[in-house]
Design a protein around this ligand. Structure first.
Ligand code: BTN
Length: 341
């Protein structure tokens, strides 16, 4: 069974300790202050700190000064993620398990079990991670992020094609602005770093007639993973943030920031106030702009020069003879300009 991040008293105390430590400017926090603030004994604080150490935190203790965190886990750790969610004032339920088949599947199961929407499912490892077009998503590396967001949308099924690039470009903006990662978007919803994929997104929905019953939006983001341990065929096309930037990242802080960003962007989309930002962001981060590319529309091979995306999230392709063609779904890759179709 998956556990909700905020369902255990023990975990809550760990989270409160971490919130206090992360927020304390002086960095050292005394045991007495922690105990008084959280409302437990100093002995209890001591045993919680011991438990956090076992979970991968390095916590320094200095007599007469107190405690400070000197190293954070580089994989998803529920108390730390919860601490960042608390700092960002995010109250959406986050369901966490160290390992699961797929966060998309778990979100589906939760919906079938009548869990209230919206919610987030997050894990450190997937045994059956799923990608677009029925492919699998390599998910053995616990340094990476695997998360799904479940929504009850108020928009029509057609708009789902627009929301995925919109959420992708928001994630790209977050990585650039907050974490200094020069990521770019590759239509429709991949994130690229230095020419290789660092993130893929998968939107799945159940539709009744022209009504979207629910939407599950999944993100795989390669943060602290080590591509050298991944399958060979993946190493030539995918990478991680840590591998490219030469340092490890605070995955729990990034996960909390992503949750905040996705909910905010989803809200803007629902309110239909997203278009100006969509255009600005896409222009800024578009990795394909003015590149000659090849793609498939069903089985039809299409070639042309990428010219950004339409308001509906379709890829604009300038074809030989000056025709502008809109690609709705599919996959594209860079290619040499030969005969166009
Ligand atoms: C792609 O093919 O580019 C999309 C990959 C989406 C992977 C994520 S990982 C979290 C969520 N759970 C899954 O099984 N898939 C998505």
């Amino acid at each position: 069974m998956a556990t909700s991040l905020n369902n255990s008293t023990f975990s809550n105390i760990n989270t409160n300790i971490l919130v206090k430590m992360l927020q304390t400017k002086e960095k050292f926090v005394s045991g007495a202050l922690l105990a008084a603030d959280i409302g437990v004994s100093r002995v209890s604080i001591h045993s919680h700190l011991e438990q956090l150490r076992k979970e991968g935190f390095a916590i320094e203790a200095i007599r007469n000064r107190g405690y400070r965190v000197t190293k954070l886990p580089i994989t998803i750790q529920k108390d730390l993620l919860n601490a960042y969610l608390k700092i960002l004032k995010i109250q959406t339920p986050v369901i966490h398990l160290r390992e699961m088949d797929s966060t998309q599947n778990e979100a589906e199961r939760q919906i079938s079990n009548s869990t209230t929407l919206p919610f987030v499912v997050i894990t450190g490892k997937q045994t059956a991670g799923r990608g677009r077009h029925g492919r699998s998503w390599y998910s053995k590396d616990s340094g990476n992020l695997y998360a799904s967001f479940a929504f009850r949308p108020n928009f029509s099924p057609k708009t789902i094609l627009t929301i995925t690039p919109w959420l992708a470009v928001n994630l790209c903006h977050l990585l650039n602005e907050e974490f200094d990662i020069p990521a770019q978007v590759k239509w429709p919803n991949d994130l690229i770093l230095r020419g290789k994929k660092i993130s893929g997104m998968l939107a799945e929905s159940r539709i009744d007639m022209d009504h979207t019953r629910d939407l599950i939006f999944g993100i795989g983001l390669n943060i602290n993973g080590n591509p050298e341990t991944w399958p060979k065929e993946l190493q030539s096309i995918a990478t991680s943030m840590t591998y490219e930037m030469g340092k490890s990242f605070n995955i729990n802080q990034i996960a909390a920031a992503i949750i905040k960003t996705i909910f905010h962007a989803y809200h803007e989309f629902s309110e239909n106030t997203f278009l100006d930002k969509f255009n600005t962001f896409w222009k800024k981060y578009d990795s394909l702009y003015d590149q000659f590319i090849t793609g498939y529309h069903g089985t039809l091979l299409i070639k042309g020069t990428a010219k950004g995306i339409s308001e509906a999230g379709k890829l604009k392709l300038l074809q030989e003879g000056g025709t502008l063609r809109l690609m709705e779904v599919g996959e594209v890759s860079l290619s040499q300009p030969v005969t166009q179709i």
